[in-house]
Design a protein around this ligand. Structure first.
Ligand code: TYD
Length: 214
């Protein structure tokens, strides 16, 4: 994409129940209080076709969805979101907060569904100039055995109904990714919420001071 003028792209990753939604809502308020123009979005979904794909992807069904089918549908939703929403917002100078992005495909389809990280990364490469690299990815890390407790009062979708080993593979893939990609920062999601927020604020500080420095 063309050079980002002012917009910053921040993505949030983690397993179900890791507190992404609560923390993203807090970041949105925090940035708005600094008079930053913010757009909050999520994957899969958000666009019209994306929400249809989301419904197809999350619904529990009596046939096995092949991992490659799942992978391509995730990328289909992503391509629409990037071109219709994310790239135009960044070009306007808006900061975009995205609940999940390519790292979810790497962790869930690459790790969880065992398609392999390299295969998913090839698809990211195939996005070409439409791939926007996040300025920061906040990974909320939660052990797999804590997920059921955090999902206790929800009706489970097709992903949430998976077993513990699926989420263990996802967590490991996420942590390996964080170790190799400098824009991915891990936060211990088992900490009290205030501590999680302080850590997120610390990660945002360099981005905010870049803004002040211009
Ligand atoms: P959602 O209800 O948004 O989950 P959460 O609130 O935990 O983010 O459902 C999205 C589901 O889709 C979630 O289980 C993760 C999964 N997913 C993938 O498997 N691969 C992907 O690339 C993306 C974006 C999501």
């Amino acid at each position: 994409m063309s050079k980002k003028e002012n917009g910053r792209f921040i993505t949030f990753e983690g397993v179900e129940g890791s507190g992404k939604s609560t923390n993203i809502a807090w970041v949105e308020e925090f940035l708005r209080s600094k008079r930053i123009d913010v757009l909050l979005t999520h994957e899969p979904g958000r666009t019209k076709i994306g929400e249809e794909l989301r419904e197809v992807l999350l619904r529990t069904r009596d046939e096995r969805v092949m991992p490659m089918t799942e992978l391509f549908l995730m990328f289909a939703s992503r391509m629409q979101l990037l071109q219709e929403v994310i790239i135009p917002a960044l070009e306007r100078g808006t900061w975009v907060l995205c609940d999940r992005y390519v790292d979810s495909s790497i962790a869930y389809q690459g790790g969880g569904r065992r398609l392999g990280v390299e295969r998913v990364k090839k698809l990211v490469q195939a996005m070409g100039e439409l791939y926007v690299q996040p300025d920061l990815t906040v990974l909320l890390d939660l052990p797999a055995d804590m997920i059921p407790m955090r999902l206790a009062d929800r009706t489970l979708d097709r992903f949430e109904s998976e077993d513990k080993s699926f989420f263990e593979r996802i967590r490991k893939t996420y942590l390996d990714l964080a170790a190799s990609e400098s824009h991915v920062s891990v936060i211990d999601a088992t900490q009290p919420i205030e501590d999680v927020r302080n850590e997120i604020a610390g990660l945002l500080r360099p981005l905010l001071s870049e803004l002040a420095g211009r």
